[in-house]
Design a protein around this ligand. Sequence first.
Ligand code: UD1
Ligand code: CA
Length: 462
Amino acid sequence: MSLEVIVLAAGLGKRMHSDLPKVLHQVARQPMLFHVLRTANSLNPSKIHVVLGHQSQLVAEAIEQSLEPELRSKLTLCIQSQQLGTAHAVQQALPNVDPHSQVIVLYGDTPLTPKADLENLLEALKANSMSLLTAVVDNPFGYGRIIRNDLDRIACIVEEKDATPEQKAIKEINTGMIATTGELLQEFIPQIQNQNAQQEYYLTDLAGLLVQAGRAVGLVHATAPELLAGVNNKLQLSQVERIYQEQQANRLMMDGLTLADPKRFDLRGELTFGKDCFIDTNVIIEGKVVLGDHVSIGTGCVLKDVTIGDRSEISPYTVMEKSELKRHTTIGPFARLRPGNVLEDEVHIGNFVEVKNSHIEEGTKSGHLTYIGDSDIGAGTNIGAGTITCNYDGANKHRTTIGKNVFIGSDTQLVAPVTVEDGATVGAGATVTRTVPANALFVTRAQPRILPGYQRPTKKKK
Ligand code: UD1
Ligand code: CA
């Protein structure tokens, strides 16, 4: 039997108080919906149906623009134009569901749903017409409660808003995830009524209907109930984020990464690393980051889409994006690498230095207060404090080329396009507007004058 997954993502998310549809709110910088879709996909389904409704256009755009194409190609989007309840949402997908398939229903607002729980649901489906993921929680407020009969089997599910005080005291709740077959959904969903406190068609009524029809409904206990908390507000969103970050940090540490404090570490993408890497507190990793062996990242760094070679040391509060650093580089504190840099072995970029779209060869140093943009710099060169590549003429960007073993004195402006050849020296305070030939000294300094015994003006008495 093939497997199909239906993901419900049409809800408005009133309690988020936001212009954004609920399922686009992010966990680790990815829409909640994407997390759910990836988990769904990990079960190798033949189809994934996504039910969109509230601001469906925005959700469809996010899928189109940011979801990985392999996964996108498996999706069938359907629109629930009015949000009349979870059963009504499932119904929108049913015309495309193969009756001979097994079907899992997931919620777009439950991004941490573990794959193992879904596998357990499928296992339980072998002996039941439907299986249902439940959890026992201390605070069941807001959830549907599992009502059991005299034989201690499930009788039905009662929603919070329809529950009597005795029912509200029940701590066994419906997580919302179910497994059943396309055939049963097509037979029973149309029978669900909306005579309840919210006048909605509840998917949860399916359990009671099946039991009444003499079908077996199996309950599966969630492996970790906290992972099935649906996100309805910003507080729950932050709680889910923390759990997710903790899961990632634990996995990285088990793989050998040293984290100064796993509670103060955020991974919003993918991190791979070699041996003996150390990450200090409050570091944010985004996109795809690759660390070699013995790499150390100081506190407060933000790294996005970068590769950092063996034994490099990134000092605190360095921000870098889309750059490749080879081995033994030393960067920061307070350095900024904007996109497009390649820094070869042993390059040093110090504090308050900004580098963009530049290639810097082995062992070259720029220690302080500098802007290097659109430049190619040879090996063993020293860039003095306060150097600026004037790469922009107000209309176009131009490149600066600096050879190897060059010495650029402090407070130099290099007006691009311009070249400083190998071994040249530029005296401090120069404005370089033409090629500096190899091994030459270039100075643009006015002759100093000394006027002895100079009297400064004094204030006139009134
Ligand atoms: C639902 C369950 C409840 C369960 C809880 C678990 C029902 C009636 N109740 O309640 O038993 O304990 O989840 O978190 O199912 N949605 C649609 N279309 C709609 C309504 C909802 O697509 O017309 C989607 C939402 O986008 C969301 C999911 O279904 O992803 C759940 O809806 P929500 O309104 O959050 O249900 P709860 O009140 O949390
Ligand atoms: Ca919910």
